[in-house]
Design a protein around this ligand. Sequence first.
Ligand code: UD1
Length: 377
Amino acid sequence: MGKLWKMVLVAGARPNFMKVAPLIRELRCHPDLFEPRLVHTGQHYDTEMSEIFFDELGLPQPDRFLGVGSGSHAEQTARIMVEFEKVCVEDRPDLVVVVGDVNSTMACAITAKKLGIAVAHVEAGLRSRDWTMPEEINRVVTDAVADLLFTTSRDADENLLKEGVAAERIHFVGNVMIDCLLALLPRAEGRGTFERFGVEPGGYATLTLHRPSNVDDPEVLEGIVEVLMEVSRGLPIVWPVHPRARKSLEAFRLAERVERCPGIRLAQPLGYLDMLALSRNARLILTDSGGLQEEATVLRVPCITLRNNTERPVTVECGCNRLAGNDPSRIRAAVLAALDSSGSSIGTPELWDGRAAERIVDVLKAFEPGDARTAEK
Ligand code: UD1
């Protein structure tokens, strides 16, 4: 890039903040080339789902806060688009950078591209091929409009190539979320987060649950909770509860049963450092999150994913992750198998080395917003 390019980075929901932080830090090392601005859509708004990450990750205060809040998918997506369009029209950025696969990612990518602004997608090309997942729709739509597609794994490149994305727009750079993890791990290591829950390092499991497919249906959630109460008799489980899961536990009258279970330690959603400390010292991670599957892999903690598929197959190939769906007998079997395994045989995916943001910025240095796709020949 030859002049000072105005860039807008979008963050909206919890899993976005740790991806945007390393990028902003790296872009700010080149003040003669880039003028990065941060837009927070407000998709997540609770202190423990948003603000705490700004402090811990050293993120600058957002230049714009759109305050869109919760709603149905259409309502939330539409509100983000309306508010983000105003930002784009007023600020006229040269490039909009979106990360991950949440509604804010897709809404801002579409809005920018329709205004003729170039779009970069960080964490492009991941595919679960599960169209019941809202994130799969967000991923496919975002990648379809993006001009620059930054990928975390080779399988993502292949997915994009199969969908007809031109090879020169795809850049395999590694994983910015792992940049964040590796940078903050030393600070997290000193925290005895596990002590707060009365468990020993290597002597507990960490659990997170928030996917609609697991928490929105009473029978499914009850099945998961019952098998986990059983598991917790042998291995205590620390469960920081996502607001969506908390609502369901209360609505389906499961909250009291879980609270009374001695092996399950419930917590509010944790900040980044506490969550990292808790994951690092766990014997096992049980999750339906995408990011945690990746973090478990780098931390070499065996992971059980409470889904039938994953858009992050590299975590399975590295020997960390097992897919167990939400059927209690499969979960029970996966726990037994994982407890039989050890973290030492888990491999680290290619380029998950803490330098992904650096590679992205190298690509951006060579990119001209005029290279954005216009009319194809
Ligand atoms: C969103 C993302 C999901 C991501 C997850 C991480 C989409 C489609 N989903 O799911 O990909 O893995 O974030 O957390 O973008 N709520 C609060 N406080 C908040 C935010 C939400 O109480 O700060 C409650 C609201 O009642 C809301 C519900 O949680 O209706 C769900 O929030 P929403 O942003 O719609 O989706 P998540 O399930 O968090």
